[in-house]
Ligand binder design. Structure first.
Ligand SMILES: NC(=O)C1=CN([C@@H]2O[C@H](COP(=O)(O)OP(=O)(O)OC[C@H]3O[C@@H](n4cnc5c(N)ncnc54)[C@H](OP(=O)(O)O)[C@@H]3O)[C@@H](O)[C@H]2O)C=CC1
Ligand SMILES: Cc1cn([C@H]2C[C@H](O)[C@@H](COP(=O)(O)OP(=O)(O)O[C@H]3O[C@@H](C)C(=O)[C@@H](O)[C@H]3O)O2)c(=O)[nH]c1=O
Length: 307
């Protein structure tokens, strides 16, 4: 399991204004004090500020959902994407290694090129086709080399009731327009931010129970590494959009929603390329931490009920 050397101290949470970070704020709180500095206090561009914060707080876990997530914009802002997605992660890893804190970091299906025909396992070769994907992969690699006990949760297609995400974009457009064209040949699994946050709290809880308050570091080596974790099931962006609109029509029978047409990715050119296959095989996390994600249809229903 993943006991950390530091058994006391708070949990330091980055990116609490984001989709996943916002949910983590709630799910991690029962595990003890959570300190979640905003960007105005801890800008991840400022590497010295990251060092100072960690040295002062001496957290037992650093949970890092903060990231540069603007996939298309990253193509023209690679330096900024790498600064947040790689350099900040390197410093988090180095400081965590020094104080013996565990690091939980989030990464993406976009580390793959999507040419594989099966759901990807953690050991499959990576080959990002976008700057965002490449910067996230660089973050994974730098954390793995830092010497810190770490878990990297590679997830996909995150959505929720708040924040910037595909679901909210589609629902907005579906109200405004008569017709929507959505890519039907990119496959993946939508993942509810809250499901991810619950999984993360479960993993921390299990790891701490296994450590049993001891300063154990050796078992860390067993569990450190990458884990795939997405909503159960699979679909395409079109399938996700169509199901969201179908469910929303049932909720709001009086409202007119756009018809949705499936199109190939070639008919929806964007600055950044996306993988055709984004499916992640989540067996490793199920086996190691005994956690299964709900099916994306079920979670979608809960999110729509919250809107
Ligand atoms: N969204 C998705 O579909 C997917 C996301 N992921 C990964 O999951 C993780 C969480 O993503 P998600 O919650 O959707 O991301 P969001 O874009 O919703 O949130 C990003 C967070 O990072 C913070 N942040 C960005 N730059 C800085 C900075 N310079 N200093 C401090 N904070 C900063 C933002 O703060 P602020 O509010 O101030 O901008 C925000 O809180 C990320 O690692 C992402 O790569 C993986 C797969 C899919
Ligand atoms: C709005 C819209 C999007 N699309 C397509 C474009 C794209 O291929 C796909 C998703 O579009 P978005 O730009 O919302 O999503 P995108 O920014 O590609 O989402 C990604 O974000 C990063 C952070 C990740 O890590 C990934 O897992 C993934 O979730 O849907 C349509 O086909 N029609 C539409 O009307």
């Amino acid at each position: 399991m993943i006991p950390t050397k530091t058994t006391t101290g708070p949990i330091l949470l980055t990116g609490a204004t984001g989709q996943v970070g916002g949910e983590l704020l709630n799910t991690l709180s029962p595990l003890g004090e959570v300190i979640a500095p905003l960007r105005s206090t801890l800008d991840l561009i400022n590497l010295q500020s990251i060092r100072d914060t960690i040295r002062t707080l001496r957290p037992r876990w650093i949970v890092n959902p903060a990231a540069y997530t603007a996939v298309d914009k990253a193509e023209t802002e690679p330096d900024l994407a790498y600064a947040i997605n790689r350099d900040a992660v390197r410093v988090i890893g180095e400081e965590a290694a020094t104080i013996g804190a565990g690091v939980i970091h989030f990464s993406t299906d976009y580390v793959f090129d999507g040419t594989g025909t099966k759901p990807y396992v953690e050991t499959d070769p990576t080959n990002p086709v976008s700057v965002y994907g490449a910067s996230k992969l660089a973050g994974e690699q730098t954390l793995a080399q830092s010497g810190a006990a770490h878990l990297i949760f590679r997830t996909s297609w995150v959505y929720g009731a708040r924040g910037k995400n595909f679901l909210l974009t589609i629902l907005k457009l579906a109200r405004e327009r008569e017709h929507l064209r959505v890519i039907g040949d990119q496959y993946g699994a939508p993942t509810w931010s809250r499901d991810l946050a619950q999984m993360t709290a479960h993993v921390i809880d299990q790891a701490e129970a296994a450590a049993n308050g001891q300063n154990l570091t050796a078992p860390l080596v067993d569990s450190s590494g990458v884990y795939h974790i997405s909503g159960a099931g699979e679909t395409t962006w079109y399938g996700f959009a169509a199901e969201a609109v179908r469910q929303q029509r049932e909720r709001e029978p009086g409202i007119r929603f756009a018809e949705i047409e499936a199109i190939p990715a070639t008919e929806y050119p964007l600055p950044a390329k996306r993988p055709a296959n984004s499916r992640l095989n989540c067996t490793k996390l199920q086996q190691r931490f005994n956690w299964r994600m709900p099916n994306w249809h079920e979670s979608l229903q809960k999110v729509l009920a919250e809107l």
